[in-house]
Write a new protein. Structure first.
Lengths: 231, 130
């Protein structure tokens, strides 16, 4: 009897050690998997970064070509840095920065583009109203961009817009024209096309900035993991 | 690390530029141009007459201004002040190297990729695991 009990205890002991080992292996495997995920996330961010930079290069090339076309048709003296507006004015296109927390210690900035926000409106409104306005403007400006680039068919499909949307459309047009007006009242259509290309480049640029934040955050996580493993 | 630094949430931050004339002209058309009351601009046009000192000063000014969120710099200009660009490690303003008309983008020079290239080597990641 005593012998049987002793054997049972030894078996139990072996079983619990095996269980512990299995648990340890599972934990290590889980940690490794998590580490792998972080490395994959990092490499993915780098890949997206390079793709976005490539896309920026082509958009900018398009913009430079249109600018050169406009300079050819309007004359070199009419598109020059000597004509830049050096009087006090606020930027019509700005950025909104928010904080994205990966965890409590790692925060990464997130950039959002606010296109063609009239500086006059910005000064009058409160912060909350400004945020709402920026959001709606952003949505409208994207729609407007599509209309510009697209055909008249898209224009016809536009649903009946209310008064405020029309006002915002008008405001955006006004800001765009104001920006073009430094080179004269009547400008080449190529200059307008160039303006749109650079607006698109700006969108890509903000995406690149966000991807940069993502790369650096993923890099920090992987490095911290490596250091903790070594330590 | 840089990401642990305080990031302030802002609603209307600016985009600064250090680039050639055509690039600056294009982005000014896109509405990023800002001139403050002291007539200070948020851009620097780099041409053959611009000295390295001027570029350095502009870079230092733009990276210390609180109202700037992104500084875009043509890569050929960044190469002229590489020591400054590579030593910059704050999350905001973010430094973005962009291509220019005469100089295509080279990822091997990019400051962000240089900072993280240590992890591109499979050996360095594997040695960390061992």
């Amino acid at each position: 009897m005593a012998e049987e009990e002793g054997t049972r205890n030894i078996d139990n002991g072996r079983y619990s050690t095996q269980q512990q080992q299995q648990q340890q292996e599972e934990e290590e495997g889980g940690g490794e998997r998590e580490g792998d995920q972080k490395v994959v996330k990092f490499l993915d961010s780098v890949d997206s970064y390079l793709t976005l930079v490539d896309s920026l290069s082509s958009t900018l090339r398009q913009g430079w070509l249109e600018l050169a076309g406009a300079r050819h048709s309007m004359g070199a003296s009419r598109i020059s840095s000597a004509l830049f507006d050096l009087k006090h004015h606020c930027a019509a296109t700005t950025l909104q920065i928010t904080e994205d927390g990966v965890d409590s210690t790692m925060k990464q900035p997130n950039f959002t583009l606010c296109k063609w926000v009239s500086p006059d409106n910005r000064n009058c409104s409160s912060d909350k109203a400004k945020f709402d306005e920026d959001e709606s403007l952003q949505r409208t400006s994207t729609k407007l961009q599509l209309r510009y680039r697209g055909t008249s068919e898209i224009q016809e499909k536009r649903p009946e817009s209310n008064g405020s949307a029309l006002t915002i459309d008008y405001q955006i047009q006004k800001e765009r024209s104001k920006s073009l007006s430094m080179f004269g009242t009547l400008v080449s259509p190529k200059l307008r096309a160039g303006q749109l290309s650079f607006e698109m480049a700006l969108d890509t640029l903000v995406e690149i900035a966000n991807m940069r934040s993502s790369i650096l955050s993923a890099y920090d996580q992987v490095r911290n993991d490596m250091e903790s493993t070594r330590g | 690390m840089a990401n642990k630094a305080q990031i302030r949430s802002r609603n209307s931050a600016l985009i600064a530029m250090i680039a050639d004339e055509d690039t600056v002209t294009g982005f000014l058309l896109a509405g990023v141009g800002n001139v403050d009351l002291r007539r200070k601009t948020n851009y620097l046009i780099v041409d053959s007459k611009t000295s390295v000192k001027q570029i350095e000063d502009a870079f230092k000014e733009f990276t210390t201004r609180e109202d700037i969120a992104i500084v875009m710099i043509s890569q050929f200009v960044a190469n002229m002040i590489r020591f400054l660009v590579d030593s910059y490690n704050k999350p905001v303003p973010a430094i973005l190297e962009i291509p220019s008309k005469d100089h295509p983008y080279d990822p091997t020079h990019d400051s962000v990729l240089s900072r993280v290239k240590y992890l591109f080597s499979a050996e360095s990641v594997a040695s960390g695991r061992r």
